[in-house]
Design a protein around this ligand. Structure first.
Ligand code: PEP
Ligand code: MN
Length: 342
């Protein structure tokens, strides 16, 4: 349920109303926009007398929210959430007209690799560096990542370039190792690892949540709701392609998920065309399509030597190819009136 308040209401009166809902065992999500203040009420609101609330002096209107996701719902917060990630001397923003590009290898492999890729992608305009240290591989015989050492190498690349770091967590027991990771990625395979989502909801760390490969948009938003209901509103949604019957691409980029997510939620949406396509030459057209569809950012795999990569080399761009994609991205962002924050 949302309660839309009249303009310029004194904060004491709002606090009193919030207290009334809290006394009923409900929780209140407060959103103050440029023109409206909205109280999003979460819990069993069936006992709330809507007409009685509507009659309160400071209340403009009351509406029930039928969707199961509440805090992430745009009805709860009409304005876009802007996620700001800062390191010493660098800020990357996503959402609300700010566009972010997260680039880097699938896996961190050695210092030379991650530092050289970090330097090259930064030069091309990337705003964050990605690199997996814990890798969710289909085969137990495939490279599993460098684990703690991989995270250390990401910190070296951060010191060298200032770029904020994005890396995937696969098990909560590793959480302390992610202390200096700027954005924690929850991969497609863990999108419904609910205990992990709850713990990350209490962490206060920015989370990049990837859509599961066989999950609906509603399930995706419910996973984001798990994180947000724990008190963490710094969530970036990532569409990375879904499984369909089509074998020509690794996954099928669900491009309509972008405007649907933006319509239903205030959270920023990024697209990962690398995992969606599985093919380097498709990264550019899918990136352009994503920007046209309203995405707030991109996540692109880049490797200094794709043919020798320990994971996902077949879909990785070379730094030179990434530079070419970024030229197109920058031109399109200018046209769309979006700012590549760096
Ligand atoms: C990745 O980002 O390298 C990755 C494993 O992605 P996904 O979870 O989308 O498969
Ligand atoms: Mn990968």
């Amino acid at each position: 349920m949302i309660v839309i308040l009249k303009q310029n209401v004194e904060s004491e009166k709002i606090d009193k109303l919030v207290g009334r809902f809290e006394d009923m065992g409900l929780s209140c999500h407060h959103s103050t926009g440029a023109h409206t203040t909205i109280l999003g009420i979460i819990g069993d609101t069936s006992r709330v007398d809507i007409d009685a609330v509507r009659a309160i002096e400071i209340v403009e209107d009351v509406k029930r929210v039928s969707e199961p996701y509440k805090a992430v719902n745009r009805k709860f917060q009409p304005d876009d959430t802007i996620i700001s990630v800062k390191t010493d001397g660098f800020e990357s923003k996503l959402g609300g007209g700010f566009f972010g590009v997260i680039a880097g290898p699938c896996s961190v492999e050695c210092e030379e690799q991650i530092v050289s890729v970090a330097r090259r992608v930064k030069k091309s305009g990337a705003t964050m560096l990605r690199g997996g240290a814990f890798k969710p591989r289909t085969s137990p015989y495939s490279f599993q990542g460098l684990h703690a050492e991989g995270l250390e190498l990401l910190m070296t690349a951060k010191r060298e370039t200032g770029l904020p770091i994005v890396s995937e967590i696969m098990d909560l027991s590793h959480f302390d190792l992610f202390r200096d990771v700027d954005v924690i990625q929850v991969g497609a395979r863990n999108m419904q690892n609910f205990e992990m989502l709850k713990a990350l909801g209490r962490s206060g760390k920015p989370i990049l949540l990837k859509r599961g490969m066989a999950n609906t948009i509603e399930e995706f938003l419910m996973s984001a709701e798990y994180i947000m209901s724990g008190g963490n509103d710094r969530i970036i949604l990532c569409e990375r392609g879904i499984r369909t019957f089509e074998p020509m691409t690794r996954n099928t980029l669900d491009i309509s998920a972008v405007p649907v997510l933006k319509h239903q939620s205030h959270l920023p949406v990024v697209v990962d065309p690398s995992h969606a396509a599985g093919i380097p030459w498709l990264v550019e057209p899918l990136s352009k399509a994503s920007i046209s569809a309203g995405a707030d950012g991109l996540m692109i795999e880049v490797h200094n030597n794709p043919s020798a990569a320990l994971s996902d080399g077949a879909q990785s761009l070379t730094p030179a190819q990434f530079d070419g994609v970024m030229e197109k991205v920058k031109a399109q962002l200018l046209f769309e009136g979006k700012k590549l924050s760096s």
